[in-house]
Design a binder for this molecule. Structure first.
Ligand SMILES: C[S@@+](CC[C@H](N)C(=O)[O-])C[C@H]1O[C@@H](n2cnc3c(N)ncnc32)[C@H](O)[C@@H]1O
Length: 267
């Protein structure tokens, strides 16, 4: 590989910030270099400058998307930050009282924004399915900027290591196939997966009753986070709830949400 100079690092971090909202600090230079090496090795490329030219040539090209796929961090697991799901189960009446749309329309519209490989929307589908049985139509939109993770999510197939994080009482929602586990159809069919960049305009026809955007904003700076939170606010119905990651917070951002407790907010 050629030298990964500071100016080259800056060129890449500016591009990543402009296209994805992700901020990369100078102390993460080595990490970014490792990610780039992985992407470049795949196509036998040795020069960081040449690779930069390739990915910026046409942002609609597969090379650009593969670059983005290598940059993102996709850590997730089933029932991650479980208290959000417990909150929903224990406060379903509170949720319905504050948001009469759900009972009126007999549907709940949920967005898992930054869904990675699908464990978050699947957990939501299981929990909301249990809360409502068939009384309410559960509709989950699950989106991510990374097409590689979406491919795994769409497959509905998980490894033994993914399956291990599922509390035993939920094992019944999966079936063993060869050496993996597949999510059962009645859970899977409530979810629609789409490729979507949170930096883009939101053109949703209807508002969401719940938005989960967890462990995504940690990669964004304060300005990008504030813009995003206000976009969420404008796309959530009155009484709708926003869930963010446990290590994230709306402190120091201008917004109109009311706090429901740590990492949970209501419009
Ligand atoms: C650490 S994972 C979080 C997954 C899940 N929400 C959770 O909490 O377990 C963060 C995800 O956000 C996605 N992401 C990062 N920037 C994004 C953007 N601008 N638009 C959409 N998704 C983005 C990444 O691709 C990654 O899959």
């Amino acid at each position: 590989m050629t030298e990964f100079s500071n100016s080259c690092f800056k060129k890449y971090t500016d591009l990543i910030y402009a296209e994805t909202g992700i901020s990369i600090n100078p102390n993460k230079k080595q990490l970014l270099q490792m990610k780039l090496n992985k992407a470049m090795n795949k196509i036998n490329m040795k020069s960081y400058d040449e690779y930069f030219e390739l990915v910026t040539k046409n942002k609609k090209d597969i090379d650009f998307q593969q670059f983005v796929n290598h940059i993102t961090t996709n850590t997730t697991h089933f029932f991650r930050e479980i208290n959000h799901f417990e909150f929903i189960k224990n406060n379903i009446n509170f949720i319905l009282e504050n948001n009469p749309r759900i009972m009126n329309k007999k549907e709940i519209r949920v967005w898992s924004a930054g869904c990675s490989t699908g464990q978050e929307p699947i957990t939501l589908s299981i929990v909301l399915g249990q809360c409502f049985n068939d009384r309410i139509n559960v509709k989950i939109l699950a989106t991510d900027i990374d097409t590689k993770v979406l491919k795994k999510a769409v497959s509905g197939m998980y490894f033994e290591s993914d399956y291990e994080s599922i509390p035993k009482e939920y094992n019944k929602y999966f079936k063993k196939i060869n050496n993996g586990y597949k999510i059962k159809e009645d859970i899977y069919k409530k979810i629609v997966y789409r490729h979507f960049n949170l930096m883009d305009d939101f053109n949703f026809k209807k508002g969401f009753d719940m938005i989960f955007c967890r462990n995504v904003m940690i990669y964004f700076n304060n300005t990008v986070q504030e813009t995003l939170i206000n976009k969420f606010y404008n796309n959530i119905v009155p009484g709708g709830v926003l869930f963010i990651g446990h290590s994230e917070s709306l402190i120091n951002k201008k917004h109109n949400f009311k706090s429901l407790g740590p990492s949970m907010y209501i419009k």
